[in-house]
Design a protein around this ligand. Structure first.
Ligand SMILES: [Zn+2]
Length: 80
């Protein structure tokens, strides 16, 4: 079975090596993931270190963020 998360491994390691002090729980992450993904899409310079750190270290939330990102991409393509 191929694991689609394998591609994230280098990114995950970088996240784990980074400062993990603003670590969120998955509940906290899910509470603001929509806003986070939307803001990241709207402004490439937008930073939320706590969210970024959590997503780098949590496969489940990273998958959720990826799905949201794709959804937003599809919507913005339909608007054009
Ligand atoms: Zn999580």
């Amino acid at each position: 079975m191929t694991d689609p998360n394998l591609a994230l491994t280098a990114e995950m390691i970088a996240g784990l090596l980074a400062d993990t002090s603003p670590y969120l729980s998955c509940d906290d992450c899910f509470a603001r993931i929509d806003e986070y993904v939307e803001r990241c899409g709207a402004d490439p310079r937008y930073e939320d270190p706590a969210m970024r750190t959590h997503l780098a270290g949590c496969g489940a939330c990273a998958e959720e963020a990826q799905a949201l990102r794709e959804l937003i991409d599809q919507q913005s393509q339909q608007e054009k």
